[in-house]
Ligand binder design. Structure first.
Ligand SMILES: C[C@H](O)[C@H](O)[C@@H](O)[C@@H](O)C(=O)O
Ligand SMILES: [Mg+2]
Length: 395
């Protein structure tokens, strides 16, 4: 490995307006239309998730330049906080290391931030650095990232779509549609009825052979989620997603014991590291783990999470994170399909998930994506030069 380049610089930037912080959208977007959240108990914060700050972080862009001039980069959710962590703390473990030192850099970043990290923004930031390192190493080797992960186990990716219009998603060739839940316990029986009516209406539109899922975004309690699952079974709900707050491992285990036979329980997009997912697995919390590779620790950690889940016979269907999850999913037997977030405001057309930040970002065609669409070096995408990068903590 002596001929491998070393890392000269790491730089951290912020971007606003869609992209990796995909909740950072303009008005009138389905993704901010009265979606149930843990804040829905407060009427002032019920209509819009932006009202309580779902988009306060913005996008973190991590750029890593090697001694041979190759540059790897990534985008994730992290904004200025992430920039501070990269420039003021993590840079010391990255600059001067070899481009192949990915495991060692991850271990040093994690252990050095253990006293204030472990989850949330710190692991988002470590994830961003890790993704940029995998992009860099793959570009140095002139291979796609999936080739460094063992290569594709199938010829194409198959997608379900997340958005307000599963009926349109079916017409576009997706295998299923995941809708946001709109009403939480604070809206009582009226809200509960609206939730079920929405599912019933969509089932009538898509027919019986199309997957329908509900994404509850941490908004419920065990009692409400159990009743919702039981009422939803009449409409063949495929899985109930993230019904409870991430720390309620005990609640998830109870919910999974309560849901109707055949209905799946999923969670994990706001969980982090192998230790968090070990808890979900060993406490019997869910059937499908949904780590976000930009939030759980990056590719380096997702490999560990996925292998642990595989040993437990559980599926890993990463939370939608564009090419960063596609390159992983195509290499894993226990990741048989992928998520595609419909980022068009009315969920009525396929647009690149991290638009406008990435150029050459592949999108599903007829709900599928050929492995060959992922064959460019690295993650195969470029930063859009029209997006104004801001470096808040230059060194
Ligand atoms: C649609 C959900 O409310 C979230 O916005 C979504 O990003 C996430 O939970 C998902 O599973 O895609
Ligand atoms: Mg979700």
């Amino acid at each position: 490995m002596s001929n491998m380049p070393t890392i000269k610089h790491v730089r951290a930037f912020t971007l606003r307006g869609g992209g990796a912080d995909y909740h950072d959208q303009g008005g009138g977007h389905w993704i901010d239309d009265h979606i149930a959240t843990p804040m829905s108990k407060y009427p002032a914060y019920r209509q819009s998730r932006q009202s309580f700050g779902i988009n306060v972080l913005g996008t973190l862009v991590v750029e890593i330049e090697a001694s041979d001039g190759t540059v790897g980069f990534s985008v994730t959710t992290g904004g200025e906080l992430g920039c501070w962590i990269v420039e003021k703390h993590l840079a010391r473990f990255i600059e001067g290391a070899k481009v192949t030192d990915i495991e060692k850099i991850w271990d040093q970043m994690y252990n050095a931030t253990l006293y204030y990290g472990r989850k949330g923004i710190v692991i988002n930031t470590i994830s961003g650095v890790d993704l940029a390192l995998w992009d860099l190493l793959a570009k140095v080797r002139k291979e796609p990232v999936h080739a460094l992960l063992g290569g594709p186990v199938r010829d194409e990716l198959t997608f379900y779509a997340t958005g307000a219009r599963p009926d349109l998603a079916k017409q576009m060739g997706f295998i299923g549609g995941k809708m946001p839940l709109h009403h939480g316990p604070a809206e009582r029986e009226d809200g509960f009825k609206k939730n079920i009516d929405m599912l019933a209406d969509m089932r009538s539109r898509v027919g019986d052979d199309f997957w329908l899922m509900l994404d509850c975004w941490m908004s419920l309690d065990v009692e409400y989620a159990t009743r919702l699952a039981q009422a939803a079974s009449e409409y063949k709900l495929k899985w109930i997603e993230e019904a409870l707050p991430p720390d309620d491992y005990w609640g998830y285990a109870e919910l999974r014991r309560n849901v109707p036979r055949g209905m799946l329980v999923s969670t994990g997009e706001h969980e982090a590291t192998r230790w968090g997912f070990r808890l979900l697995l060993e406490m019997g919390c869910c059937d499908i783990l949904q780590p976000d590779v930009g939030w759980c620790g990056g590719i380096t950690e997702l490999i560990k999470i996925s292998n642990l889940a595989d040993a437990h016979g559980k599926l890993v269907v990463p939370h939608g994170s564009s090419v960063y999850s596609y390159h992983f999913v195509i290499t894993r037997h226990n990741s048989p399909f992928a998520e595609f977030l419909m980022m068009a405001p009315k969920a009525d057309e396929v647009v690149p998930m991290f638009h406008p930040q990435l150029l050459d970002e592949p999108v599903p065609v007829n709900g599928r994506m050929k492995a060959s669409a992922l064959d460019a070096p690295g993650f195969g995408v470029r930063l859009n030069p029209e997006c104004a990068l801001h470096r808040p903590f230059p060194r």
